[in-house]
Design a protein around this ligand. Structure first.
Ligand code: PDD
Length: 289
C-alpha cells in the first residue's frame, strides 16, 4: 500500500514528501511536534494532544497554521488515506521557510507536515518480562516542557540505551541526582509503601499525555496514592516497582535499572493493573470498550 503524507496543504506520496532546505525546522530545529496513538482508526486523547501542541507553539511564538477544526479534519484524512487502524500519527509544525538567520523571519508561514503509519502490537516479552533502563546525565535545555523537535540529547541517550541492550535511558539531573524522564517516555516508581511516584510536570520534563491519563486513572482507583515529586536513582533501584509511559509504549514495566534488579525482578501488580487500566482507556477512546 502506498503511504501518503500531508505537506503544507497537499497530500503527496510519502516517498516524494519534502520540505524546503531552508525550512527552519531543518536548519534550527525551530519547530514542534506531536505523536498521537490511533486505535481502531480513532485518535487517543486527541484533545489534550492538541492543547499541548498549541501550548508548544505559543511558548515558541510560532503562529498556529490552521484552526482546530481544520487540523482535526486533516488528521483524519491522513489516517484514512494511510488506512491506519492501529498505529500513530505524527504532526510537525515549524516556523517556516526563510533565508538562514537566527532571529525570527518576518512573514514566514508555519510549515505543517503530517504522516501516519501502522504500528505492530507491543512485543509480548516486553510486557511479560519487563525492560531494562540505564541512567545518563540530563544534558538538555531548561524548557523540556515544550515538545520541540530539537531532540539530539534524546537521540544520543536512546542510542546509548540501545548499545547497552536497554529499552530506555533515564535522564538524571546532575545537580541533585533525581530522575527527570526517559528520552521519549516519562518515569515512574512504586515505593515500598505502595505510593505511585512520578515527577511533577515542571519545565524539566515533557508532560506526557499518557502521564496525564494515568494521573486521572490513579485518582479514580481506590487504594492507590499518587505523589508527584522527584525521586533519585537510588530510590528507584530500591523501589518495589518501576515503569515508563508514552504514547507508543503505553505503560511498560521496568525490571532493571543500571543492572540493579527492581523488586523481585518481575513486572509488579501495580504496574500490571495500571497497564490494563490504560489499555481500557484507549479502548474507550476508540469507542470499543
Ligand atoms: N515521545 N518525555 C519525552 C521526552 C517524550 O518525547 C515523550 C513522548 C514523553 C511521553 O509523552 P506522551 O505520553 O505524550 O507520548 C515523555 C514521543 C512518543 C516521541 O517522541 O516519539
Amino acid at each position: 500500500m502506498s503511504r501518503v503524507a500531508y505537506v503544507n496543504g497537499q497530500y503527496v506520496p510519502h516517498a516524494e514528501a519534502a520540505v524546503h532546505v531552508e525550512d527552519r525546522g531543518y536548519q534550527f530545529a525551530d519547530g514542534v511536534y506531536e505523536v498521537i496513538a490511533v486505535t481502531r482508526g480513532a485518535l487517543v486523547d486527541e484533545e489534550p494532544h492538541l492543547v499541548r501542541l498549541e501550548r508548544s507553539l505559543s511558548e515558541l511564538r510560532i503562529a498556529a497554521p490552521m484552526g482546530r477544526p481544520a487540523l482535526r479534519h486533516v488528521m483524519r484524512e491522513v489516517i484514512r488515506r494511510n488506512r491506519v487502524a492501529d498505529g500513530i500519527i505524527y504532526l510537525q509544525m515549524t516556523r517556516g521557510v526563510a533565508p538562514r538567520d537566527h532571529a525570527f523571519p518576518a512573514g514566514a508561514e508555519t510549515s505543517v507536515v503530517m504522516t501516519a503509519r501502522r504500528t505492530r502490537p507491543p512485543n509480548p516479552a516486553v510486557i511479560r518480562d519487563g525492560v531494562k533502563v540505564i541512567t545518563i546525565p540530563d544534558i538538555r535545555w531548561e524548557r523540556c516542557d515544550i515538545k520541540s523537535v530539537a531532540l539530539l540529547p534524546n537521540c544520543l541517550g536512546k542510542q546509548q540505551a540501545r548499545e547497552a541492550g536497554a529499552y530506555e535511558a533515564w535522564q538524571v539531573d546532575a545537580r541533585d541526582g533525581t530522575v527527570t524522564e526517559g528520552t521519549s517516555t516519562n518515569a515512574w516508581i512504586v515505593t515500598r509503601d505502595g505510593e505511585v511516584v512520578t515527577r511533577r510536570a515542571d519545565h524539566a520534563i515533557l508532560n506526557g499525555i499518557t502521564r496525564i491519563a494515568l494521573v486521572d486513572i490513579i485518582a479514580g482507583q481506590q487504594g492507590l496514592k499518587l505523589v508527584e515529586r522527584p525521586f533519585t536513582v537510588e530510590e528507584a533501584k530500591n523501589a518495589r516497582e518501576a515503569f515508563l509511559t508514552s504514547t507508543t509504549s503505553f505503560v511498560t514495566p521496568i525490571v532493571r535499572i543500571d543492572g540493579a534488579t527492581v523488586g523481585d525482578g518481575k513486572p509488579g501488580p501495580v504496574t500490571k493493573g495500571l497497564r490494563e487500566a490504560y489499555l481500557a482507556h484507549m479502548a474507550e477512546e476508540a469507542g470499543t470498550a
